[in-house]
Design a protein around this ligand. Structure first.
Ligand code: URP
Ligand code: ZN
Ligand code: ZN
Length: 473
């Protein structure tokens, strides 16, 4: 199949030009001016931006959590992502305590196989990493294309791992050129605050936020950076939500420490006051870290503009309001943590970033696609428009407006965090590896179009670790 895209304005993280693109099979074959050749399909992209498909490096499809399972599976979730202009997700496989990493990976391969509409990779959430498992971790990195691992400082008794485990994992990741993704919140202290609040009858959704202070996140970020420095490895902070935490990243980066971080649309557009909505509606926004005071939002945008934050991912982890969120009706700590967003990321960031004048078009592409491809070992196959790259291409209308609503979205969840919000900028045509899967709001793909992505190691391998002391023997 040959597709010719004509007259578009091609935007990558570094380019901005008018040109034509020939897709041959799954790849970009030729880019030039006024291309005139035979093609099975010709699309006139005049007035549209031609951008690399979005990469959402943080989603949770079909994830058991908080006594229930996230509402989107790989079929509905990736289809919704495609509607919004995202053509790659990196989801999370989860290792149960005592389970081998390989078993965990098999389980997640089983959940995704034959279902995904777009390509996907896996990070591994590791909960049990004794020394004996380091060999398995290395095999995942070098043979299975799983080159990043998420560790939790939060959720004691469920996902939390101790500092020794974090240091051990960072050491191994550093040696292999892999990356540790950190959920950086001091969950042990948070648990104390939660118990204190519950004992005093503070059960409403807003106490989810009030029991998780920004200092608990900043402490986690600080500790993650210190441990990574000792291990001589880079670290990537997931879902960074506030200025206190951002300051720690900025300080580290100013000193040349390889600390990376993502934020999410919810922290850029929503704030603490949403928890005070009437009739338990605040539960819709119970996610971790929680929404913060509004003034943090502009600081996060500055972080994105100045490259102290490199990526915007969604942390898409939807739970329906009408049944799942109700699990915490009488106790905020039982509300399943997470919210929907995979479909809305590109339009929200375009609207809040480019239309409202906070970032330029190149930076928009960089934070929604290119940087994630580079950090997570997918570049240049993904994340750019270049000859030889996968033809993951979005023809994006920078002027078209839409109103976000649960009535029209494609995520399998009964509410939207952005209900009624008008955004400018929509994905009109979406190609996934050369196949047109979205055309003006219509889904043309099928379950199973998406394939598993084996990612490379791209981080610099450890040279300076405190463990080098043994060389002094
Ligand atoms: O509330 C959230 N973020 N749920 C998903 C799990 C996580 O910590 O990323
Ligand atoms: Zn997390
Ligand atoms: Zn998450």
């Amino acid at each position: 199949m040959r597709t010719l895209i004509k007259n578009g304005r091609v935007i990558t993280a570094v380019d901005d030009y008018f040109g034509d693109i020939l897709i041959e099979g799954e790849r970009i074959n030729l880019i030039g001016e006024s291309l005139e050749m035979e093609a099975d399909k010709v699309i006139d992209a005049e007035g549209l931006l031609v951008i690399p498909g979005g990469i959402d490096a943080h989603t949770h499809m079909d994830m058991p959590f908080g006594g229930t399972t996230s509402a989107d599976d790989f079929e509905s979730g990736t289809r919704a992502a495609a509607h919004g202009g995202t053509t790659t997700i990196i989801d999370f496989a989860i290792q149960n305590k005592g389970q081998s990493l390989y078993d965990a990976l098999d389980t997640w391969h089983g959940k995704a196989a034959g279902k995904a509409a777009i390509d996907y990779g896996f990070h591994m959430i590791a909960t049990d990493l004794p020394r004996e498992r380091m060999g398995e971790m290395k095999k995942l990195i070098n043979h299975e294309g799983v080159t990043s691992f998420k560790l939790f400082m939060a959720y004691p008794g469920v996902l939390l791992v101790d500092d020794a485990t974090i240091f051990r994992a960072m050491t191994t990741a550093g040696e292999e050129g892999a990356l540790i993704c950190m959920h950086a919140e001091n969950g042990v202290v948070i648990n104390e605050i939660v118990q204190y609040a519950l004992e005093r009858g503070c059960t409403a959704p807003k106490f989810h936020a009030l029991t998780r202070p920004t200092k608990a996140e900043a402490e986690g970020v600080n500790r993650a950076i210190a441990l990574a420095e000792m291990a001589g490895s880079p670290v990537y902070i997931v879902h960074l939500s506030c200025y206190d935490a951002l300051k720690k990243i900025k300080e580290a980066r100013d000193e040349g420490i390889p600390a990376f971080a993502e934020t999410c649309p919810q922290y850029l557009f929503l704030d603490y006051t949403h928890y005070e909505s009437k009739d338990f509606e605040g539960a819709k926004y119970v996610m971790t870290p929680p929404l913060r005071e509004k003034w943090n939002q502009e600081e996060l945008w500055t972080g994105l503009r100045m490259n102290d934050l490199q990526t915007v991912s969604t942390d898409h982890c939807p739970f329906c309001f009408n049944d799942q969120k109700q699990l915490g009706k009488d106790d905020f700590s039982k509300i399943p943590n997470g919210g929907p967003g995979v479909e809305n990321r590109m339009s929200l960031i375009f609207n809040g970033g480019v239309v409202e004048g906070r970032i330029n078009l190149n930076r928009f592409v960089e934070i929604t696609s290119t940087a994630a491809a580079k950090i997570f070992g997918l570049f240049p196959r993904k994340g750019t428009i270049a000859v030889g790259s996968d033809a993951d291409i979005v023809l994006f209308d920078p002027n078209k407006k839409m109103t976000i609503s649960a009535k029209t979205h494609h995520m399998k969840v009964d509410y939207s965090c952005y209900e009624g919000k008008e955004v400018q900028g929509t994905a009109e045509y979406v190609f996934s590896r050369g196949k047109l899967i979205i055309e003006k709001g219509k889904y043309l793909g099928k379950a199973g179009d998406g394939s598993f992505l084996r990612r490379s190691t791209v981080q610099h391998k450890t040279k300076e670790s405190v463990l080098n002391i043994t060389k002094q023997k």
